[in-house]
Design a protein around this ligand. Structure first.
Ligand SMILES: [Zn+2]
Ligand SMILES: [Zn+2]
Length: 618
């Protein structure tokens, strides 16, 4: 059942009416516009003579509670005809405030197509003091039976909104609220909102030194700070290793290309509105900022005569692309104008399609496990049986859809089939990840493509000595590095898993005389001499040795600050381990360890710590 058909949807719609009833009682003369249920609640657009502010919401909410208690039945009323509807609006919905308050409702009535039924919803009740209450609104419904069902709600915020969404129209006040069937659901929702604020990747991105945006650089173009760039490299290294094992070959391609490339690929026609304005050079050649990597990889494939023995060819690149998103659509790292895809294109024979698709999905599962993302759903986009927009033969489509479904079954993956979700050039598989707050993020995709090999006339020589057309698979397990790091930042609230943390251990010398020892430990952990020379007044020390030299990411905080301050800042940075070194440690050849998860672990040797922490790269 869709949300629009659910009880919750009706409940929220009724809560919107209840709010409008409270507002009409508290703000006589208010003009009501529209009040629909939305994804997480409802709103109503109103125009009042005295402005409504955030602090007034409690008062409105209070009145809503009183009206809900009256348990007014919500009754559908059909207008006999348009004239009758006009009369009801002017005489009944205005509740004695005068016909001028019906301005927006009359316009809404005019917008109802000729012949469509016109209905109103009427709620009435009497309070203990004997006062009559009534609210009737032009509305398609449906609603719950009575206002008493609306128990668990809260008004959330106020915003401006133009009548009919047109900036040339008058600005109205939009009041947002939410409602749930149970108290627990409401509390969970409010709690999640608080959590989401704390976890907001834009806020954490700056606090943790991951990334920023700059007005001078432009909207949607993130600047990666050292720690963010480190995190990114860690993710790339992990995937690069996996891919190398699976026979992918690295390629590197430019950020701009002649428009001839995109004419050939067809993107100029189908993707124009997502491309930045074109550039023209002095020799009349037009260049395009790269919106996708595929045509470049195709040119690499096509640069050589391929035999069936060479296939599959798997070309991988962390390719940065630029897409012209509307400035209003930009949202932190979730929607940007410049981003890097963990892109690869596989060129396969028809008989390899199944295994290769399965290999890609298997890689995606490995990625999810490594990232600790255990909740997800798999959606297979197939053809819309009604549509004729698809390219490629029927036979190919059937084979490709079967390859995807078989891959899922072989891997024991549950999946849902979404007819009509395929691209015009082939079916696909999407991964939708559910984060720690239950929100869904569309991440990696695998896409089968018959179109581009056709357009670029790609070939391989088959076993029969004849020329054949390969099939392409596009895939990006992360989707984009930007989006993935945005998601991971929120998923972990900035406390990244040990292997991924930009700084894995922060070494805190208590006094200057411990700096030498601190740097020696840093050297032992990260495998190279720190960039900083230890000065003469810093302690002489015996070299620290560990059995194997792991490649840790280490920082030494040698500032002249109190230990308390250094610890607090390190905690704020959510560094997995802190190593404190003082006189005792230097004397005994030990370190004092604090873990982000388990607190104070006490004194131990460096070798003991390394064994305890485990592989810093896995
Ligand atoms: Zn309504
Ligand atoms: Zn592609």
């Amino acid at each position: 059942m869709s949300y629009e058909e659910s009880y919750l949807y009706r409940l929220r719609h009724s809560a919107a009416h209840l709010m409008a009833q409270a507002i009409t009682e508290l703000y006589p003369g208010v003009k009501l516009a529209i009040g629909p249920p939305i994804e997480n609640g409802f709103y109503y657009d109103v125009e009042t003579t005295t402005s409504i502010r955030e602090e007034d919401l409690k008062k409105i909410e209070q009145r809503m509670r009183e009206l809900a208690k009256l348990n007014q039945p919500i009754v559908a009323v059909s207008a006999k005809d348009r004239e009758d509807a006009r009369r009801i609006i002017l005489e009944e919905t205005t509740l004695g405030s005068g016909p001028e308050v019906a301005e927006y409702k009359l316009q809404l009535l005019d917008a109802i197509p000729e012949g469509d039924p016109i209905t109103f919803y009427d709620q009435q009740g009497t309070d203990k003091q004997g006062n009559a209450h009534r609210f009737i609104d032009l509305c398609r419904g449906p609603h719950v039976e009575a206002t008493g069902e609306i128990k668990h709600f809260q008004l959330m915020s106020i915003a401006g909104a133009y009548w009919r969404g047109d900036v040339k129209n008058k600005q109205l006040t939009r009041i947002y609220g939410t409602a749930f069937e149970t108290k627990d659901d409401l509390h969970q929702y409010l709690h999640n909102l608080e959590e989401a604020k704390k976890r907001d990747h834009r806020k954490l991105g700056r606090e943790l030194g991951l990334f920023i945006f700059s007005d001078k650089v432009g909207p949607g173009l993130p600047l990666w700070l050292p720690k963010g760039a480190t995190l990114r490299e860690t993710l790339n290294d992990f995937l690069r290793d996996e891919q190398r094992r699976r026979g992918y070959l690295p390629v590197v391609t430019p950020n701009i290309a002649s428009q001839r490339l995109y004419e050939k690929s067809g993107h100029i026609l189908t993707y124009r509105d997502k491309m930045f304005p074109f550039m023209q050079d002095d020799e009349n050649e037009v260049f395009i900022l790269k919106p996708m990597n595929c045509p470049f990889h195709i040119e690499i494939y096509a640069s050589d005569l391929r035999s069936y023995r060479d296939l599959p060819v798997r070309l991988a690149e962390f390719g940065t692309v630029y897409r012209y998103e509307q400035s209003g659509e930009l949202a932190g790292m979730l929607r940007v104008r410049g981003f890097t895809q963990d892109d690869a294109h596989l060129f396969v024979t028809p008989s390899q399609l199944g295994d290769e698709f399965k290999g890609v999905v298997d890689l995606m599962m490995v990625v999810l496990r490594q990232l600790g993302l255990s909740e997800y759903r798999v959606r297979v986009g197939t053809r819309d049986p009604e549509s004729t927009k698809y390219v490629g033969s029927d036979e190919n489509w059937v084979a490709a859809e079967k390859a995807i479904v078989d891959a899922c079954n072989d891997l024991g993956l549950e999946f849902e089939v979404s007819p009509g979700d395929a691209a015009f050039y082939g079916p696909k598989l999407d991964l939708i990840i559910k984060d720690a707050l239950g929100r869904e993020w569309q991440m990696g995709t695998v896409q089968v493509d018959y179109n581009l090999p056709e357009r670029f006339e790609l070939e391989y020589v088959g076993e029969d000595g004849q020329r054949h057309r390969p099939i392409m698979i596009h895939r990006a397990p992360f989707g984009s590095l930007e989006r993935m790091i945005g998601l991971l930042t929120e998923q972990y609230a900035g406390a990244f898993p040990f292997w991924l943390a930009p700084v894995q251990v922060n070494i805190l010398p208590i006094a200057d005389r411990h700096n030498g020892y601190a740097y020696a430990i840093a050297e032992a952990l990260q495998g190279f001499v720190p960039a900083r020379e230890v000065t003469e007044d810093e302690l002489e020390f015996a070299p620290v040795t560990v059995e194997s030299v792991p490649k840790w990411r280490v920082e030494v905080d040698a500032r002249r600050e109190t230990l308390g301050k250094k610890i607090r800042e390190s905690q704020k940075q959510k560094v997995p381990y802190m190593i404190v070194v003082g006189d005792q440690d230097v004397e005994n050849g030990t370190i004092s360890v604090r873990s982000r998860e388990d607190g104070d672990l006490g004194a131990m040797t460096l070798a003991e710590f390394v064994a305890k922490a485990g592989d810093p790269n896995a």
